[in-house]
Design a protein around this ligand. Sequence first.
Ligand code: SAH
Ligand code: F3S
Length: 458
Amino acid sequence: MKQSIKKNVFIQSYGCQMNFSDSEIVASILKDDGYKTTSDYTNANLILLNTCSIREKAEETVRKRIKDFKKIKNKKSDLIIGILGCMAERLKSKFLEEEKLVDLVVGPDAYKDLPKLLKETYDGRKAVNVILSKEETYADINPVRLNSNGVTAFVSIMRGCDNMCSFCVVPFTRGRERSRDPNSIMKEIDNLNRLGYKEVTLLGQNVDSYLWFGGGPKKDFLKLPINQMKSKITFANLLENIAIRNPEVRIRFSTSNPQDMQDDVINVIAKYKNICKYIHLPVQSGSTKILKLMNRGHTREWYLERIKSIKKIIPNCGLSSDFITGFCDETESDHLDTLSLMESVKYNFSYMFFYSERPNTYAQRKLIDNVPLDIKKKRLQEIIDLQQKHSLINNQKFIGTTQEVLIEGISKKSNKKFFGRTTQNTVVVFKKKNEKIGDYTNVKINECTSATLIGEIK
Ligand code: SAH
Ligand code: F3S
């Protein structure tokens, strides 16, 4: 098969923010290889799906999507279909056997190899690279911002996860934890700043565990001589340096893990106006027994102590969490512990799921997925209902107040309205006046739903 002259790539991302950020790295690598991105897959001669393995449902969605391409693949002989991300890493070359339409399988650390792998596919062969790296792999790549509003951007600061939560597939698909050189992070943010971006979200599976000591897997830090250990840069240091250097840029980060969230980070958030007063601190369950089975590295009491510290140091901090219902051996009483923890924290919002067993995780190998699906779903509905109630209560507290909002775009429901977010990460919708997208503006909040604040420009 001859290489086609026009190179158009359609990239679709699923799952976490890191995948969306990685797709921007992929777009940059492919741009250097002569590819243009297209939002219409019928125009593409390369279709890439950046996939998620976190729950069975996420994988099913990708498999269904592949089927959509069958017709066009049969018609267009030069069309290459590639799978990136966590499903690529989890299933490796098995994916090619299971999905005949797929030509290319590339894991999250192997994207620099894409031009070479693509060449193999032009010759009609199938290509796979799922080698995980010990180094932060993409520090030198300047991402091509995809679907950008020109205001907010993701910046990845670390890769991988060493936590080994017993339910989670990520440590297997994303490899060991490694941090990115702070200089290259700063350079990327400088660049965004120059282009007029107003908000960056620092990304990692476990950002509080960020540690720069010259590169390599985090566990190697302990092998260093003491004097070298002293020059380390922690997440609190990084956050502070970014905040000082870019006073006009709002800074967010995701995700924090309770056992690694120390007061030093909370103090830095409190100290700088441009660090958003919002923390996503997933707890998964309110029962210490379940947290232990999940290998979460903290108890209910430890978690609530962290929340207490946050609320003390940053009054009005926006808080959100992730929850899993129906994990192995979860009883009604464990579930009630989750509800009572929610009552005591009163999150602004949460991401909530029922447990989905994942191949090769500790939970799949050693524990029994013994909560019936209908109970998992019933408990999930109960936490969703409670969260909705808390979201509404939290939002109602803003009525009558004036909030600073960064305008991110035009409201989906009306082109006469803008939307943006408060520092606490709550969405605000308001009528346009003379402002433009990317401006900070003060909005008086008049009413709300559980998801949105509605107001007017002061
Ligand atoms: N540290 C990561 C967590 C990634 S997974 C981050 O950056 O956000 C996101 C969420 O998916 C987890 O917090 C958990 O609530 C949920 N999750 C992970 N594995 C799951 C599983 N096997 N079944 C159901 N939900 C799961
Ligand atoms: Fe997964 Fe736990 Fe890491 S949820 S991404 S193993 S912190």
